[in-house]
Every structure is written in C-alpha cells, then in structure tokens.
Ligand binder design. Structure first.
Ligand SMILES: *Cc1c(COP(=O)(O)O)cnc(C)c1O
Length: 370
C-alpha cells in the first residue's frame, strides 16, 4: 500500500536504518554532537534566530508557542481544524481568543487581520497556519506578519508550519515563531516538534510559562546542545539523517522546486480528468479535491489500487480527498497515484479511461511537449 496521506508520511529506508541502532544515552558527548549537528541543519532550514526541539506531537509545539508568547489575547485564524485548535489552546489556558473564521477552502485576508488588530488593542499574538491541512489551503502568512508588525511590532506572530517547513521557502523576517512537526514534511515517525524563534520572541518569552513546555528552560539547555528533559534521541538521530539526505539530494531548494513542480503536475493531471481543486489558494503540501464521489474514490484507491490518501474531517467527511506532496516522493509513485484516480473515475462510470492523468503528469514532470 502506498502511503499518500498528508501526515503521517513515509519514512525513507535509510532514515529507518539510522534509527535502528542501540539506544544512546542522551547525556553523553556522542549524543550532544548529534544534537549540535542537527541544530546546525535546523538553523539552515528555519532561518530563525533560535531553534528548539521538543518531544511532543505538533500540537505540543502549538501549545508551547501560545502559552509562552501570548499573555493576554490571541487572534486566531480558523479556516480549518488546525486553526481552530489554536483558539482552543488559548481558552484552555484562560487566555482570550478572538477568531477570524472562514470556510475551509478560503484563506484569511490580510485586511481582515489588520482590521481585527486595529479594533482590539489587547491582541498580543496572532496564530495562523501557513498551510492549513484541513482543506489544503495556503494562508498569506508572510504578508499578514509584515502588515501586523507595521502596526505594532510587539505583536507576536505564531506561524504553524507543520505542513509548510520543508515544503516551500518561508520568509521568516516578520515571523516570531515557526512550528514544524516530525511526521509531515520531515518524513519521520510522530513525536518530535520543532520551534524556530525570533530574538523578539525570546525577549517576550522571558523566564517562560508552564513547566514541560516552558520555552525559556529549553532555549537555555539547547544552546548547550542538550535538552531540559530526556531528549527524543531516536527521532533526533532520524531527523539528522533526513536533513543530511535532503542536503545530499541537491539541498533544500531542490526539494522545494521538486515539490512545487509535482504539486503543479498533480493538480493539472487531476483537473484534466474533470476533478476540482478544493481550496482557492492551494498549499504545496497536498492536493485537495472536493468531489461528490470523494468517499468512493478514496475507498477504491485503497481496495483496488493500493493507494492510501486522506479524506476530510467534520463537515468535509466524505466530501474531499487529500493527496500528500510532502517529502521525498518518487515520480513513478505519483504517476501511479494520478493514474489510479483516473481508473477510479472509470470504475464509477464517470469517464472512459484514456490515460489522460498519467499523460499530463508525465508531460509536466519530464518536460515533454504535447
Ligand atoms: C498535523 C497538523 C497539526 C497537528 O499536529 P499533531 O502532530 O497531530 O499534534 C497542526 N497543524 C497542522 C497544519 C497540521 O497539519
């Protein structure tokens, strides 16, 4: 079965091998050297002033960001389940939450954020997904960050990049906290989250909030190449292998270019067979199709063609399907996925099979003219 869900994503064989050695103690020079090397790679990936790894799923990093960077009122952007989660975290900690809500195919506008910030002087942090995985859309986070900083540079910008870091270049000059998670674009098993932080964020954090998720404790320790509590050693060893693999494969810019091209080839192929892209501003992390037969297509992909794609959640259950674009993906696998979708449409009697999806995918991917 091909795993094509936008998280978890497949873990490359060499990364699984790297994680299969004997358990290493985390308070040793050997592990500290690995930690230091991993940090060096992370600085290149995040381009932020500081990076911190914590043993948790992505949500743990979202919570760490909110409690350490917001003291009063959070402005959260809800165009899907993950945006909604930021607001839930804020209220769970007794913080005020102001939400801008849109349908899951609709990104927030810079104007709406600017208006909310101007109308509420208590807002001291904004939380938004770069790629909102619920509907596969891209929010204009860099533009939002720039506009908000022009109004009040003290407002902290928290950007959830769990399906964006490692997928596409992100301009972090106005972002204070950039979050990544291991099981999405970083091609690892779940359990490790990473936060990139600006110097302004470090200043706001001060002595930190919370205990396990207190970012001040982690920053202090991680500057010394260790962690406040037991490090997720196996996942960090795996992360170093992933980042070295990406570097050896032409570097992160090459991965960004490959991902963008593949996402374009897939959407073109699927549109050519009459399917519709759900979000108005698609993220590069996944291809999301809304379709009356979404549930049947997803099921047939599994039972007849050995392809596992994700469905939708909540009100989009059975209405969309999402194909992963994150990580190192072989063209031959992706060619099979779009071909399998076309075969599903034939099985459903929607369209005679003629290989169009595969043809378009290959033409774009391999630059072969029509
Ligand atoms: C998966 C995901 C999360 C949540 O991460 P968990 O690892 O499931 O806690 C948050 N934000 C986005 C955009 C995601 O895709």
């Amino acid at each position: 079965m091909l795993l094509f869900t936008p998280g978890p994503t497949p873990v490359p064989q060499n990364v699984r091998n790297a994680m299969s050695d004997e358990t290493m103690h985390h308070r040793t020079p050997e592990f500290e050297a690995i930690f230091e090397n991993t940090r060096k790679h992370l600085f290149k990936l995040f381009k932020t002033d500081e990076v911190v790894m914590i043993a948790s799923s992505g949500t743990g990093a979202m919570e760490a960001a909110v409690i350490n960077l917001c003291k009063n009122t959070l402005l959260s952007v809800n165009s899907g389940k993950f945006g909604e989660r930021f607001g839930k975290i804020a209220t769970a900690h007794g913080l005020k939450n102001i939400e801008i809500k849109n349908e899951w195919n609709t990104p927030v506008s810079v104007e709406a954020v600017v208006n909310a910030v101007k109308a509420n002087a208590d807002i001291d942090a904004i939380a938004v997904q770069i790629s909102e995985s619920a509907g596969g859309l891209r929010h204009p986070v860099e533009e939002i960050a720039k506009a908000v900083k022009a109004i009040n540079p003290k407002i902290m910008i928290i950007a959830d990049g769990i399906t964006a870091v490692g997928v596409e270049p992100i301009a972090v000059n106005h972002i204070d906290c950039l979050i990544a998670g291991s099981q999405k674009a970083l091609m690892l098993p779940p359990g490790l989250a990473i936060l990139g932080l600006s110097n302004a964020a470090i200043e706001t954090i001060g002595s930190g909030v919370g205990y396990y998720l207190n970012l001040a404790s982690e920053i202090k320790k991680q500057k010394q190449n260790t962690t406040a509590y037991t490090a997720a050693t196996t996942l960090i060893i795996g992360l170093l292998e992933v980042l070295e693999t990406v570097e050896a494969d032409g570097g992160i810019e090459n991965l960004y270019a490959q991902t963008a091209k593949r996402a374009d080839a897939v959407s073109s192929a699927l549109e050519a067979i009459g399917l519709h892209i759900y979000p108005s501003t698609p993220a590069k992390s996944m291809s999301t199709i809304d379709d009356e037969n979404a549930a049947e297509i997803r099921n047939l992909l599994k039972t007849d063609f050995e392809v596992n794609v994700a469905g939708g959640q909540d009100h989009l259950k059975g209405k969309i399907f999402r194909i992963n674009q994150m990580g190192l993906i072989s063209n031959y696998e992706m060619a099979w996925v779009v071909n399998a979708v076309e075969l599903c449409l034939a099985k459903l009697g929607r369209r005679a099979y003629d290989g169009t999806a595969n043809k378009i995918f290959n033409e774009i991917t391999f630059g072969i003219g029509k």
